[in-house]
Write a protein that binds this ligand. Structure first.
Ligand code: CS2
Length: 487
């Protein structure tokens, strides 16, 4: 098939009916400002929102804000705000163009434009997918203040960071009497709603202000595997769509969204298109962070150490699926009560099935990045909960030891591994100052207070178990270690 069109409004009529956007692009007025116009948002909340508006109406177009790079903005503008979602792994590729983006912003280049967008009375939701590190919170939820952030919060520097955009936007809204607002954090943080409320309150305090009335911070759990788009995905999108798209996103068929229904300014009819509204988001969050994200990280660190490229390749290491099943059943399942009607083991099994989707091309190194920010939410809670009851979780500690081996920077073959982490400098300095032995590495990393709370850093049983697993991995490598566990 020859592809002749570039995706933009003019090309829509030529697309197969199933690939056309569910709303007419440009026809939906903005009601949401979304910070973090990455692939995940475009494959998840944007799709839910477009479907909800198509089914039930409402002025809920999305103003997409790119935090740093302009690259995605330039591509989307060229395409009249259109992009497509390529769904892979369900038998055949399916592409669908999405037309719900109603405007753009650039936090690094035009932060005051973003503040003005947040203060627009038509906007009633500010949602975010900016990854763990952008919130500048420590594991205890304290805002990590430095001079630059202080200047941004007090109005002495342009508000380019997430805390400053929220604070300046909320204050400007309050001054303009722009009405109630929901701040919706869609990142993988345990207790994301209350945590972001805490962030905003601390940041407002620095700015000498209080939280205005009528601002809600519902908790939410978001789920869809959306890896980085590859050149192959771009080529396959063109085939499935019948037009060239320079900015497609690729995703698995599965998608889920659970949230607390607290939207004082209203919301799209997400419930009408499958989102779950509940007051019990906490158990969904725990389920997802502990029985999906932590297991994903386990695949990523163990797989990368064993020299595997993709998450799907990691699952082919003999014994690894069995080891992950033991991790789920023995360490994760006992730590919390899952939502009604769900079992942790069944959910974990489904996670493994989803990870095996090879068409996603999801790289171990992508999931492995930012471990210092991710592990406190997805793994350390499991370890803490079990240690509190006197249990030593064998498999969870193996996963943590694998991260430590990964952070040291070499695969089992001796090939270098890239540490992509906001604390990479601190981690490297700590390791350089310690002996390169299991006890030395474990001790140096446990001492990083930005990652490990004092009750874990000071836990001698945990430390010796970590040293034991680290030693096993160092002596025998991942393959022999997990092979032995699967017996
Ligand atoms: C992954 C997540 O990169 C990672 O850390 O575990 O992005 C995961 O794919 C999503 O949370 C799935 O919803």
């Amino acid at each position: 098939m020859t592809v002749t069109y570039r995706l933009d409004r003019g090309a829509l009529e030529s697309l197969p009916a199933a690939a056309r956007p569910a709303v007419e692009p440009g026809s939906v007025r903005p009601g949401i400002v979304h910070l973090g116009l990455g692939a995940f948002h475009r494959a998840h909340q944007a799709v839910f929102t477009e479907s909800a508006v198509a089914a039930s109406g409402g002025d809920w177009g999305i103003v997409g804000v790119a935090p740093r790079s302009r690259e995605i903005l330039d591509k989307l503008r060229e395409q009249d705000g259109l992009y497509s979602v390529l769904t892979v792994g369900g038998g055949e590729d399916r592409a669908r163009a999405v037309g719900i983006l109603a405007g753009f912003g650039h936090a690094a280049g035009d932060p005051y434009g973003v503040v003005a967008a947040i203060a627009d009375p038509g906007v009633r939701i500010v949602s975010m997918t900016v990854t763990e590190k952008a919130y500048r919170l420590d594991p205890a939820g304290r805002l990590l203040l430095d001079d630059e952030l202080r200047d941004q919060l007090t109005g002495h520097a342009p508000p380019t960071s997430i805390p400053a955009l929220l604070v300046r936007g909320l204050l400007r809204r309050q001054a303009a009497g722009a009405g109630p607002l929901t701040v919706l954090c869609c990142d993988n943080l345990q207790g994301n709603g209350p945590r972001i409320r805490g962030l905003v309150e601390q940041a407002l305090d620095v700015a000498g202000a209080h939280l205005p009335a009528g601002v809600a911070f519902p908790a939410t759990m978001v789920d869809r595997i959306v890896p980085a788009t590859s050149a192959d995905h771009i080529r396959r999108t063109a085939l499935a769509l019948g037009a060239d798209d320079a900015a497609p996103v690729v995703a698995e068929p599965f998608t889920q969204w659970v949230m607390q229904d607290d939207f004082p300014g209203g919301r799209p009819d997400w419930a009408g298109v499958g989102a779950i509204m509940t007051d019990d988001v906490t158990s969904w969050e725990k389920l997802k962070l502990r029985a999906l994200n932590a297991v994903h990280s386990a695949c990523a660190y163990l797989g990368a150490l064993a020299g595997r490229e993709l998450i799907a390749d990691s699952l082919e290491i003999p014994g690894l699926p069995q080891t992950l099943r033991r991790f789920i059943a023995e360490d994760i399942a006992p730590t919390f009560e899952p939502p009604k009607g769900v079992t942790v083991i069944g959910y974990g099994e489904k996670s493994l099935e989803r990870f095996a989707n090879r068409e996603l091309g999801h790289r171990n190194l992508q999931v492995a990045m930012d471990g210092s920010q991710k592990l406190p939410h997805r793994l350390l809670g499991t370890i803490s909960d079990l240690r509190r009851t006197g249990v030593t979780p064998a498999l969870a500690v193996l996963v943590l030891a694998a991260w430590m081996r990964f952070a040291r920077g070499y695969a089992d073959s001796g090939a270098p591994l890239q540490l992509d982490d906001p604390l990479a400098g601190r981690i490297r300095a700590a390791l350089a100052a310690a002996p390169d032995t299991p006890a030395g590495v474990v001790g140096a990393l446990l001492a990083l207070g930005e990652i490990f709370p004092p009750h874990l850093a000071g836990d001698d049983v945990l430390r010796s178990e970590l040293i034991r697993w680290y030693g096993e991995l160092e002596r025998h490598g991942v393959e022999a270690t997990v092979g032995g566990l699967a017996r």
